[in-house]
Design a protein around this ligand. Structure first.
Ligand SMILES: [Cu+2]
Length: 631
């Protein structure tokens, strides 16, 4: 094909663009060399797969041993082919370290993994295991969380600080070991300590087992799209200031796509991410909201998106002109480059559901047809076409998108419920004895808080919850988390001031192994109504219903979708409304449930489930690894 690229784009830049895209995961590696070069290029020479390691060893054989080599060669070929059906173990080293990163005209000493921002993409198959040595060379405590990975019987690898582990101290390391079991699609990983995940995050892509199909025609080209938030200062200082004043933390200064703000921000245009496409080709966008505190609308100008998967669970394909994605969620969409060859913006801006300040800027990247014509204008490419995004507070569009999601076919939703939980989720205010104190700069001399069923979750300091539980250490938590709010009130109406102040505590809720659980998340109008993206660790769940106003236990369950509801790991309630989920508590251990807006998590919008062991080893928590950090 004749390429009409603009003369200003040099060969060097072309290469850079190509390398910014994910190369196709080898479905059937044709040679050992290809496999090992894939492993090395994708893991920055410090990680390797067991197969690549085997391959490198075989390269050391000498000619003298020709006969031996022949036999061995045959053996290697046979074992290599046999291993097609085998799972692999992927070894990685994640060095958490500060690295100068320049954005918005200023350089910040940014906490990264291996000096990369965003961090490295992990690419595995269902059934594979990961061994990731996290080395903390930063000046903060850190933990890593593999968002959405079920971690069956293995809470030790889950990562939330003081929940399943004590933090990795500066200078120390911890090796996360886990296996992907019956999951495929897009997940991601991020720091789960303080606000480090603002810059410590990356994609985790799970392909089906070799020989297993995708539920949709899988395109050759796939691109992870990590939506993020950038502060023009150290995010840890933003949090520290908010913790001191009790006021809301500053909103971000920019949004980013794969770490770059894009054309609409100062000092950013040169680095805007560009995705070249061949006219007519279909690509898979793996969209991840790795933003700290903001739901996004995302769209690509003139292009229809076909949703095929959310949170690593396939969906019934449906076409849409935009998606709404909350922090913690992932959405896989197919895009066919069927428009006039040209340049098209992909863009994301806030879906702001609260009555609160927010970052109203817009991040962009460019979908660039390889055959796009150039303007005669000094060799510059034509100005990209801009997409139509729903308005910042367009809740109707947000809800219409989320409620269009369905599982591909009938699913096994629990029909008989053992645990019927009703959780109010929302903000609160802590009254101060001295409202003029510099520590009480929230509304009317208060401090912000947030809660579930009026309990504002406090992380333990002496030990992690899971370690305390496993060791039988008393006094770290109690198991009396209330299944319903302590007081019934008109949750989304005009709430009396006497109900605005939550109680701080470390309360867990016990579940028997295998319990069938329903949770209704009911938003409150305390301070403001808002979409709270609730994320449950160690499980995925069916989203069976949602609505505005107060949940009605008499009439609303009749409207539940118990046939083909979507499965997710993170779901938000409509602002001033409720959302209902169902799950089976089939994973023993302690699992955090929390709002994935980190400002709300910090204020206590969290609780944890203690799923008890069942019968025998296969229903019990594994012993902890020897290198598990101690508090
Ligand atoms: Cu929230």
């Amino acid at each position: 094909m004749v390429r009409l690229n603009c003369p200003k784009i040099s060969k060097e830049k072309e290469r850079k663009k190509e390398s910014s895209m994910s190369r196709p995961f080898p479905l059937y590696p044709t040679s050992i060399n290809r496999w090992s070069s894939w492993a090395i290029s994708n893991t920055f020479k410090i990680s390797y797969t067991t197969k690549a390691k085997k391959a490198m060893e075989t390269h050391n054989l000498t000619v003298k041993q020709l006969y031996c080599c022949l036999l061995l060669g045959i053996f290697v070929i046979i074992s290599f082919q046999a291993s097609f059906s085998e799972a692999e173990t992927h070894y990685h080293e994640f060095v958490i370290q500060a690295k100068p990163v320049r954005r918005l005209c200023r350089t910040h000493n940014t906490i990264t993994v291996n000096g990369l921002f965003p961090g490295p993409t992990l690419e595995v198959r269902d059934g594979d295991s990961l061994v990731i040595k996290a080395i903390n060379n930063a000046r903060y405590n850190v933990t890593l969380h593999w968002h959405g990975v079920r971690q069956l019987r293995n809470p030790w690898a889950d990562g939330p600080d003081r929940v399943t582990q004590c933090p990795i101290r500066p200078g120390r390391s911890y090796t996360y070991r886990f296996t992907i079991e019956n999951q495929e699609g897009t997940l991601w990983w991020h720091a789960h300590s303080s606000w480090l995940r603002a810059t410590v995050y990356g994609a985790l892509i799970i392909h089906p087992k070799l020989g297993s199909p995708y539920s949709f025609p899988m395109p050759r080209r796939e691109i992870p799209i990590l939506l993020g938030e950038w502060w023009d200062r150290n995010p840890m200082d933003v949090l520290r200031l908010a913790d001191f004043t009790g006021a809301a933390p500053n909103v971000s200064d920019a949004y980013t796509i794969n770490g770059q703000p894009g054309d609409l921000y100062r000092c950013s245009k040169q680095e805007t991410v560009r995705f070249p496409v061949d006219p007519g080709e279909t690509i898979l966008l793996r969209v991840i909201n790795s933003g700290l505190n903001q739901e996004f609308f995302f769209a690509v100008a003139n292009h229809i998106l076909t949703v095929v998967s959310v949170d690593a669970d396939f969906t019934k394909p449906f076409a849409t002109s935009f998606i709404m994605i909350a922090p913690g969620q992932t959405t896989d969409v197919l895009l066919t480059a069927d428009q006039t060859p040209g340049h098209y913006y992909m863009a994301a801006h806030a879906y702001n559901s609260a009555n609160a300040p927010f970052d109203n800027t817009t991040t962009t990247a460019i979908l660039e047809y390889k055959s796009a014509p150039c303007n005669a204008n000094k060799g510059r490419s034509s100005t990209p076409i801009f997409p139509q995004l729903p308005g910042f507070n367009d809740t109707n569009s947000a809800i219409a998108f989320t409620s269009s999601l369905r599982s591909p076919s009938k699913v096994n939703v629990p029909l008989q419920i053992d645990e019927n939980l009703f959780f109010t989720v929302g903000l609160g205010l802590i009254n101060c004895t001295n409202p003029n104190s510099p520590r009480c700069q929230g509304p009317n001399g208060t401090r912000f808080a947030a809660s579930i069923n009026n309990v504002s979750f406090v992380l333990p300091t002496r030990n992690s919850l899971m370690q305390a539980y496993y060791q039988g250490q008393p006094g770290v938590f109690t198991t009396d988390f209330p299944p319903v709010p302590p007081v019934k009130f008109d949750y989304t109406g005009n709430v009396s001031r006497g109900l605005w102040q939550p109680v701080k505590a470390t309360k867990l809720y016990k579940l028997k192994f295998g319990a069938k659980v329903q949770i209704v998340f009911q938003d409150t109008s305390i301070v403001t109504v808002e979409n709270h993206p609730m994320h449950l660790h160690g499980h995925h769940f069916a989203v069976v219903g949602s609505g505005f106003g107060n949940f009605n236990p008499q009439t609303d369950p009749a409207k539940f979708n118990l046939i083909d509801p979507p499965y997710r790991n993170t779901i938000g309630n409509p602002p001033g409304g409720w959302v209902a989920i169902r799950l089976v508590a089939d994973n023993p251990g302690i699992w955090l449930l929390h709002c994935h807006l980190d400002s709300h998590l910090n204020w206590g919008l969290a609780m944890a489930f203690l799923v008890e062991n069942g019968v025998g080893e296969l229903q019990s928590v594994q012993p902890p690894p020897l290198d598990l950090p101690q508090c």
